[in-house]
Design a protein around this ligand. Sequence first.
Ligand code: KIV
Length: 272
Amino acid sequence: MSVAKKEYKRITVKSLIEMKANEEKISMLTSYDFTMAQIVDKAGIDVILVGDSASNVMAGHETTLPITLDQMIYHACGVIRAVRRALVVVDLPFGSYQSDPKEALRSSIRIMKESGAHAVKMEGGSEIKESIKRILKAGIPVMGHLGLTPQSIYKFGTYTVRAKEEYEAQKLKEDALMLEKIGCFSIVLEKVPAKLAEEVAKSVNIPVIGIGAGSGVDGQVLVAHDMLGMNKEFSPKFLRRYADLESIMTEAVQNYNEDVKAKQFPNEKEQY
Ligand code: KIV
């Protein structure tokens, strides 16, 4: 059953801004491949993020830093082939936009041209303002990302809640206003106090989508593998698990293993 206030055949950046104006919450989940994206899209999720969390989830790296632009484009291509309704946003990976606006534009054009994605996401505020402006000028929609920005993990030193201190909260508020002013269509706010997140969401007309940012924002995003319970080692307070796929998949694989060893698979009907 759908709880949407308005049915959208296809989600665009305009739909998201309209959803905020209509006080309809926006749902966003990650996908890194065709099969997952098909499930997520058919389930009615509004925004699919090809996140650089693929670096952790798909490749097993400790951080998001190692994933390359080519790898992000590979993941995005599979997702785009599956999606019929959702808006597909692709993370610009670490090292593909920080040097200068020209590099940022080149990387964004590669993502849009080679994968067919609908928008890019970038971590940071005033530090990357000129790069964002350059990308927007080329007609590419940009989603901002403030708060805990995992590409800066070695600067932070920890994955703990950001902007608890006044000076950091102040910069975050200014950055959000700046991102709206220069033309970003949305902002992800990661792991910040709920009160601050709500204040930021109320201060801008573009949707603020939270992860670990409480309920006072315009939408929520989670990593699909985490909310499906495929990785029990990652257990932050903000995560709600909607399934225990790790147990279900483990049991299925164990059953298959036992059947093969016991010569129970394949049976008469399962052969030619
Ligand atoms: O890469 C990612 O999955 C993200 C989300 C955590 C917002 O950026």
